[in-house]
Every structure is written in C-alpha cells, then in structure tokens.
Design a protein around this ligand. Structure first.
Ligand SMILES: NC(=O)C1=CN([C@@H]2O[C@H](COP(=O)(O)OP(=O)(O)OC[C@H]3O[C@@H](n4cnc5c(N)ncnc54)[C@H](O)[C@@H]3O)[C@@H](O)[C@H]2O)C=CC1
Ligand SMILES: O=C([O-])CC(=O)C(=O)O
Length: 337
C-alpha cells in the first residue's frame, strides 16, 4: 500500500465504474478500495453501473465490498441508470462493454460497443462535471474515446483518455525479463497508437539502470524487435484469450489503476503511455485518440513528451497504427453523420 496526499482532503473522491460486475470490475474494485489508486488517506465513494440484467450480480459484488470492511470506502451507489451513476463524479472508468472472443480483432467490437459510448457520452455531457476525468477501457478503446468525445463536446478533450497502460506495462515486463533486471529499472518505454494489433511498442528511447548500451542492442537488435518483441506485445491480449478463454482482467484492472493514479497524483517525471487526443504531435493526424508518451502532474494534468528520437523504423510503425485509427474514425463517424 502507498500513501499520498489526498486529492480531496475534505471529502471522498467519487469514482464511477461501469461494467462493475464484470471481470475487470471485480479485479479493479479491491485495488481502489485498498488505496492502490489514491492512497490510504483518500476516502472513496463508488458509483457502480451495470445493465439491468446484471444488477443481481452487482448486488453480490456490493455485499462483498461491504464484507471487506475497507477503511477508506465511504459509500457505494449501485445502479442501472447512467445519469445517476455519472452525476458529480470526479473520475469515470468506462469498462462496461463486450469483450472480444478468440479469433476477433478488437475493432470488430465497434458496432456493438460504439453504441454504448455514444449513449454514455450524451449522458456525461448532460450530468457530469466538466472537470471529470474519463478513462475508456472498453474496446476498441481509442475509437470509443473518440465517439464519446463527439457526443460530449462540453467535456474538454484533455479529460478523455483511453487505456494503453496495459500494453505499456506488458512492454516494461518483457524488457525486464529479457534483460534479467527488475521492472523498477526500466524507464522510457512508449506505446504509440492504437490499443490493437497495429500498436507500436517502442524501446528505442528506453533506459535501463545498469545498461549503458542502447536497449535495442541489449535486447537483441532490430531483428529481435521486429520478429519477437513487437508481435509479442501486439498479440498479448489474444494470447491471454487463447489460454484463459477469457480476456485479461487482473492485468487490465491493474493497468487501469496505474493509469488513473498517475493521471490524478502525477507520474513523478516518469514517462507513461496514455491514448489521448492528438493535436498533431509527432505529425500524427489531429483529432484521433492516439497513445503517446506522457508525463502527468498532480491534479489530472498531462503533457505529451516532445522531442523523442523517431527513427525510420519507428516512423513507419507510428504511421501504420495512425492509419488504422483514422480508418476506425471514419467507420465510427459514418454511423452518426
Ligand atoms: N483497454 C484495455 O487494455 C483492455 C480492454 N478490455 C475491454 O474491457 C471491456 C470489459 O471487459 P471484461 O470486464 O472482461 O468484460 P465482462 O464481460 O466480464 O464485463 C463487462 C461488464 O460490462 C457490463 N455492461 C455491458 N454493457 C454495459 C453498459 N451499457 N453499461 C454498463 N455496463 C455494461 C456487462 O453486464 C458486464 O458485467 C471489454 O470491452 C474488453 O475488451 C479488456 C482488457 C484490456
Ligand atoms: O485483447 C483483448 O481483447 C483484451 C485486451 O484489450 C487486452 O488484453 O489487451
């Protein structure tokens, strides 16, 4: 457990979690309530949303939360009404949606899940604080963020993000394993682009304590990246589905917790990856939600880290994943225009 100065010393922080009775919800709730997200000095008020048929399952989750007697858990609201759930929340973690099955790409979920983020965008626009910080976990996460923003124009684009921290953590884990070091020694990994099989996990700017040479060379050169590391990270979600017959939940919840903690409390100078609105940084098309290297400062601010070295190898991959996101944007917006 860690402690931190509370974001709101005088009141609980209100956190909405959609799909709270699902796999990720079940893994995420204990992380929040044991202080892994906001520290042990911040009281938390949970606003849990489920679809009506899952309300009984949600009531069981609520019973378990009560039975945990978490000292920082102040109150729980469980509802199937998104307007009630989102009213006055400080953070909205939008998990509730359908996971893919083996053999599917995440973008195949667009027609089914896009409608959820359309509806929730309109409701957030109507009832949420303009300061709310929103993270979209449900897939296809980047384009769901774009859809949500399209229907919630009063919420600043900087307050809407999508989760690529899982890919980031996967890459940190892989680098540490390959180099035989601790994950704590790995810094400067970047996930560029889409949370999909076109994402570009980039270690070319990474630094690892104890290694003075280039990390690309230490890892086995460009050939290793191209043939092993990049496909490994791009396909990790599918590998987990193949093995578990269910998509990642523990690691997804852990990543969502890291994402919100760093966004709200600051990343202490570390580079982390978040899918955020592109204003054309690194010549990425404007208006898509693209995963960039960011540094977060306390209070829910982040800046995209500028000036990282971009080789031709990186450029081609950054552009390929941007192209996919541009196509997803066209497919999504064609439903609404
Ligand atoms: N961005 C990322 O890194 C990751 C994203 N995911 C995605 O997260 C999503 C959730 O995954 P799981 O928890 O494993 O799925 P799950 O099926 O176990 O749980 C989803 C829950 O959402 C609920 N739900 C469906 N529609 C809803 C709505 N309109 N409002 C509120 N709740 C609703 C369902 O009743 C269900 O309880 C999926 O789209 C999955 O692909 C999963 C892993 C990583
Ligand atoms: O692969 C999936 O469908 C679930 C997911 O997003 C991940 O594990 O990264």
């Amino acid at each position: 457990m860690f402690d931190a100065e509370p974001v709101f010393p005088d009141r609980p922080i209100r956190v909405a979690i959609t799909g709270a009775a699902g796999q990720i919800g079940y893994a995420l709730l204990p992380l929040i309530c044991t202080g892994r997200m906001f520290g042990m000095s911040q009281k938390v008020s949970l606003h849990l949303l489920e679809i009506t048929p899952a309300l009984t399952a949600l009531s069981g989750v609520v019973m378990e939360l009560e039975d945990c007697a978490f000292p920082i858990l102040d109150s729980i609201l469980a509802t199937d009404d998104p307007a009630e759930c989102f009213k006055d929340v400080d953070v909205a973690m939008l998990v509730g949606s359908f996971p893919r099955k083996a053999g599917m790409e995440r973008k195949e979920l667009l027609s089914k899940n896009g409608a959820i983020f359309h509806g929730q965008g309109e409701i957030l626009e109507a009832v949420a604080s303009k300061d709310v910080k929103i993270v979209i976990v449900g897939n296809p996460a980047n384009t769901n963020a774009l859809i949500l923003s399209y229907f919630a124009k009063g919420i600043p684009v900087q307050n809407i993000s999508a989760l690529t921290r899982l890919d980031h953590n996967r890459t940190v884990g892989l680098v540490a394993k390959k180099l035989g070091t601790s994950v704590a020694n790995v810094e400067g990994v970047v996930i560029w682009g889409n949370h999909s099989s076109t994402q570009y996990p980039d270690v070319s700017n990474a630094k690892v304590k104890g290694f003075s040479q280039s990390i690309v060379e230490a890892m086995g050169g460009v050939e290793y990246l191209e043939e092993a590391m990049i496909p490994h990270i791009q396909g990790r979600g599918a590998s987990i589905i193949a093995a578990r017959k269910l998509s990642s939940a523990m690691s997804a919840a852990n990543a969502a917790c890291d994402h919100v903690r760093d966004w709200l409390l600051g990343s202490n100078g570390r580079i982390v990856s978040m899918a955020v609105h592109s204003s054309g940084e690194y010549d990425i098309p404007k208006g898509i939600w693209y995963s960039f290297p960011v540094q977060c400062s306390r209070g829910g601010k982040f800046t995209i880290v500028q000036g990282l070295n971009v080789s031709d190898f990186s450029r081609a991959r950054m552009d390929a994943t941007a192209k996919e996101l541009t196509e997803e944007r066209e497919a999504a917006l064609s439903l609404y225009q």
